[in-house]
Design a binder for this molecule. Structure first.
Ligand code: NAD
Length: 332
C-alpha cells in the first residue's frame, strides 16, 4: 500500500524501514508537518501516517478526504491533535498505537523527578567545569513523601509501582480507578485532596476539555508550597502563565516538563541557531528549578520498534479489510 509519512525524522525512517521488510508497503517519508499547505505531498496514497504535532482539524481532514485518503495512522498514543468527530463524519478511519511502551514514558517521568530533586542536570555541568561544591544541590528523600498521580492508566500505574518501591505514599485521582493500583495499596482520593496533600504531583491523563489547564491558578492555590510538578502527558494540561507565576512565588519548587502547550513550533527541531520567539517558553527556561525535555518520554528503541510494528500491522489490517484492532472508533 502507498503510505505518506509526515513529520518524518531519521529515527522514524530507520525503524519503519526495518519493520516494513515484513509488510512491503510503498512508504514515502516527508519532513514537513501535515497542514493544508503540505497535503499536496500526498500522491495517490490511501493511507497517511502522522505524529503528535500534526494537526488534523476539520479543514485538513476534508482536504485529505478530497485527495483520496481513507486511513490516518497516528504513530502515537494520544489523539488530542485530531478532530475525531469530523474524521468519522467524513468516513475516514483512524488508528493509533495505544500502548507502544508505557514503561518508556513512566521511566522518563521518574527520571525527571530524580534529576530535579537531586539536581543531577546541574551537578553534571558543575563537575565538568571543575566545580565540586555541593552548595545549592541539596535534595530530599522521596521515601516517606507523598506523590499524587492524576490518571492511573497504562503509564500512571507503572509510575505508581515505581514510586511505591521508593517508599512513597501514593495518592491517585482517576474517574476509573485501576484495580492493579488498588492492589498496590494506593489510595484513590478526590482531585483537590490529592493536590492539597502531595509533595509531588505527576500528570498521566489524556488531554480533554476536562483536563485542559487542569493545573491553573486555582489548582496551584491549594497545592503545597515548594511542590514538585511533573507533566509528561500533554502541554495544555498546564496553564503555563499560572505556572510561571507559581514558580516566581515559589509555590512550585520543582517543575519537570516533557511537553509544552505550544510545543509544535519548537519540539523535534534543532533550533539551536535560531532566535526563539516564544517568550513564555524562554521565561520557563530561566528558572533554575525547571527541567524541560522535548517530548522524549516515548523515545526508546523498544518503543520505536513497537510503534513501527503496530502501525504497519494496523495498515495491513486496513489493506486486507480486516477488523482494525487499534481503531479510534468513537470520540470517547
Ligand atoms: P491511558 O488511557 O492508559 O490512561 C489514561 C488514564 O487517565 C485513564 O485511566 C483514564 O481513566 C484517566 N483519566 C481520563 N480522564 C481523566 C481525568 N479528567 N482526570 C484524571 N484521570 C483521567 O493512557 P496512557 O497510555 O497512560 O497515557 C497517558 C497520557 O500520556 C496520554 O494521553 C498522552 O497524552 C501521554 N503520553 C506522553 C508521551 C510522551 O512521550 N511524553 C508518550 C505517550 C503518551
Amino acid at each position: 500500500m502507498n503510505i505518506v509519512f509526515f513529520s518524518t525524522k531519521p529515527y522514524d525512517k530507520k525503524y519503519f524501514e526495518a519493520s516494513n521488510k515484513n509488510f512491503n508497503n510503498n512508504i514515502r517519508f516527508v519532513d514537513p508537518h501535515l497542514s493544508l499547505e503540505t497535503i499536496d505531498l500526498i500522491d495517490d496514497a490511501p493511507a497517511i501516517c502522522v505524529f503528535v504535532n500534526d494537526v488534523l482539524d476539520k479543514p485538513v481532514l476534508s482536504k485529505l478526504k478530497d485527495r483520496g485518503v481513507q486511513l490516518i495512522a497516528l504513530r502515537c498514543a494520544g489523539f488530542n491533535n485530531i478532530n475525531l468527530e469530523a474524521a468519522h463524519e467524513l468516513g475516514l478511519k483512524v488508528v493509533r498505537v495505544p500502548a507502544y511502551s508505557p514503561h518508556a514514558v513512566a521511566e522518563h517521568t521518574v527520571g525527571l523527578m530524580l534529576s530535579l530533586n537531586r539536581k543531577i542536570h546541574r551537578a553534571y555541568i558543575r563537575v565538568r567545569d571543575g566545580n565540586f561544591s555541593l552548595n545549592g544541590l541539596l535534595g530530599f528523600n522521596f521515601s516517606g513523601r507523598t506523590v499524587g498521580i492524576i490518571g492511573t492508566g497504562k503509564i500512571g500505574s507503572i509510575v505508581a509501582r515505581m514510586l511505591v518501591a521508593f517508599g512513597m505514599k501514593v495518592l491517585a485521582y482517576d474517574p476509573y480507578p485501576n484495580p492493579e493500583c488498588e492492589q498496590l495499596g494506593i489510595s484513590y482520593v478526590g482531585k483537590d485532596e490529592l493536590l492539597e496533600k502531595s509533595d509531588v504531583v505527576t500528570l498521566h491523563c489524556p488531554l480533554t476539555d476536562e483536563t485542559h489547564h487542569l493545573i491553573d491558578e486555582s489548582a496551584l492555590s491549594i497545592m503545597k508550597d515548594n511542590v514538585m510538578l511533573i507533566n509528561t502527558s500533554r502541554g495544555a494540561m498546564l496553564d503555563t502563565h499560572a505556572i510561571i507565576k507559581g514558580l516566581k512565588s515559589k509555590k512550585i519548587g520543582y517543575l519537570g516538563l516533557d511537553v509544552y502547550e505550544q510545543e509544535d513550533d519548537l519540539f523535534f527541531e534543532d533550533l539551536s541557531w535560531e532566535i526563539i520567539q516564544d517568550d513564555v517558553f524562554e521565561r520557563l527556561l530561566t528558572f533554575p528549578n525547571v527541567l524541560v525535555t522535548a517530548h522524549q518520554g516515548f523515545f526508546t528503541s523498544d518503543a520505536l520498534k513497537n510503534i513501527a510494528d503496530t502501525t504497519l500491522k494496523s495498515i495491513g489490517e486496513f489493506e486486507h479489510r480486516q477488523k482494525l484492532t487499534n481503531e479510534l472508533a468513537s470520540v470517547n
